[in-house]
Design a protein around this ligand. Structure first.
Ligand code: FES
Length: 230
């Protein structure tokens, strides 16, 4: 099977280019296996990966124009030659490895931890099954970055617009019955950029490997803001 992968090495002095490799495929082969086979042919080829099972989120790449995890993408069925590029909109460090600092910065900016005013109880803070259900579709994010790096609003304003991932996380804490900082969290998202730069393009929904819906989460935050302002 033919693959064309993005090559860029800052120390080579060469411009980025696509390099072709032929990989012998096996039954059930995932794209991560193919990238490892390419690495065997050229050990200077760089890409990130770790768990191999769709959990760590480190091997997100752009394949034939769509962001996805290499380890959960079967090569059978991919259009050939398979074009594998780094995630769009992020500075490339080398080959398929991009700098995700800005993405993590936006994630940290929503303060992704529970905040409470009440003194902590001796044991856990209880939550009813119904309250827990509200977190479904929000807590499963693996921070792979497929969504935010597929979002044109994030490409254009990565420092001002938080991006779908960070906003999904913001919603996850706003919906958590154990959190007591909703007002503060909503205030922090006010203004024209952080939240409202989302134009519901919905690329994030299309590419999320976990089937999450950041656009819907953003809508939930907007509804909370509106309710608070009435
Ligand atoms: Fe961990 Fe793919 S290698 S998600």
């Amino acid at each position: 099977m033919k693959f064309r992968v993005y090559r860029y090495s800052p120390e080579s002095g060469l411009k980025p280019y696509m390099q072709e490799f032929v990989v012998e495929t096996t039954r059930g082969m995932m794209l991560r296996d193919a990238l490892l086979a390419i690495q065997e042919q050229d050990e200077s080829f760089a890409f990130r990966h770790s768990c191999g099972d769709g959990v760590c989120g480190s091997d997100s790449v752009n394949v034939n124009g769509l962001n996805m995890l290499a380890c959960t993408t079967p090569v059978a069925g991919l259009r050939q030659p398979v074009l594998v590029r780094p995630l769009p909109g992020r500075p490339v460090i080398r080959d398929l490895v991009v700098d995700m600092s800005q993405f993590y910065k936006q994630y940290r900016s929503v303060e992704p931890w529970l905040k409470r005013q009440d003194p902590l109880p001796e044991h856990e803070v209880h939550q009813s099954p119904e309250e827990r259900d509200k977190l479904d579709g929000l807590h499963e994010c693996i921070l792979c970055g497929c969504c935010s790096t597929a979002c044109p609003s994030f490409w254009w304003n990565p420092e001002k617009f938080l991006g779908p991932q960070a906003l999904l996380t913001a919603c996850r804490f706003l919906e958590d019955s154990r959190d007591q900082a909703a007002e503060e969290r909503l205030d922090a998202l006010a203004g024209p950029y952080k939240l409202f730069r989302c134009h519901s393009i919905m690329n994030c929904v299309e590419v999320c490997p976990k089937g999450l819906n950041p656009t819907k989460a953003i809508g939930r935050i907007k509804a909370k803001m509106l309710k608070g302002s009435l």
